[in-house]
Design a protein around this ligand. Structure first.
Ligand SMILES: [Zn+2]
Length: 278
């Protein structure tokens, strides 16, 4: 009889478990996954919840793709993140960078205290990326955990799914996010407000400039710098079918990451010289 805590039909949510079940899952090389999102403006065609809806939609789609028997616990999502770059627009919520970093690290510490050594930070918001890097490094250094920095927008998209220009400059509320929302939550998309929101980055690249808001040497930007209406990208290219394809693709990559985090040999995370002396 497999341990009931490991039953594949059991809830994936951390908060649905009991202390004993959490201990069993952790001891079985379990993986904890922390969804990181944002509540922020995405122009007038998408809701403030866009990043949260995408994070949870990708996790929902990934779970059935994870090999049975891989112990997994999904923590309650951190719905609000660091959205300073969108603060000029009504409705955007944001934590200060120091606060958001502290929350991520402190949640990671509780996950470690429960016995987990494998944590996936699954992030759907570009503005959280620097914090994900720092939180992962702090937890690695202080707790010797495997901490995966899983920003889905950094996963390679399916080939030929969108023009290279749109993938590069459609950073926010463009074709990619709008398509996934048309698939995951079509009732929330204000179709009549869909449009082409040309990014400053696109205009600078078209003028042959090396400098731009993103890329090898990017400058810090506020959303209104990219386009006055807050979105950047061509949301007219979005369709529900494209959204379904993107969600399936990114969910497959997330499922694979979870399996590989479960199988990772923790002996590869060596103690440093200071730890050995202590
Ligand atoms: Zn977004």
């Amino acid at each position: 009889m497999p341990d009931p805590a490991l039953r594949s039909a059991a809830s994936p949510w951390w908060q649905d478990r009991t202390p004993e079940e959490i201990t069993v899952l952790a001891a079985a090389d379990g993986v904890a996954l922390l969804p990181l999102a944002a509540i922020e403006q995405h122009g007038e065609h998408l809701p403030l919840s866009t990043d949260l809806d995408i994070a949870l939609g990708l996790i929902d789609a990934a779970l059935p793709r994870v090999r049975a028997g891989v112990p997994l616990c999904v923590l309650p999502p951190l719905a609000v993140g660091l959205s300073l770059e969108h603060s000029a627009f009504a409705g955007t919520l944001s934590l200060r960078p120091e606060t958001a970093l502290a929350v991520m690290v402190e949640l990671g510490e509780r996950v470690a205290a429960a016995g987990f050594r494998r944590l996936v930070l699954f992030n759907s918001h570009g503005g959280n990326k620097a914090l994900v890097d720092l939180a992962a490094l702090k937890l690695r250094a202080e707790r010797r955990m495997l901490v995966v920095r899983a920003n889905y927008f950094r996963f390679a998209p399916p080939a030929d799914v969108l023009p290279a220009d749109e993938l590069r400059h459609g950073l926010h509320g463009g074709a990619l996010e709008t398509a996934m929302m048309l698939h995951l939550s079509p009732g929330k998309v204000r179709s009549e407000r869909i449009g082409h929101f040309e990014s400053l980055g696109h205009r600078m690249a078209a003028a042959g400039q090396f400098l731009g808001p993103e890329g090898e040497a990017g400058f810090a930007w506020m959303a209104q710098d990219l386009n006055a209406c807050g979105a950047a990208g061509d949301s007219r290219l979005a369709t529900p079918a494209l959204g379904a394809r993107l969600v399936g693709h990114f969910a497959g990559q997330l499922a694979r990451l979870i399996e590989e985090a479960h199988a990772f040999d923790l002996a590869r995370l060596a103690d440093g010289p200071l730890d050995r002396s202590g």
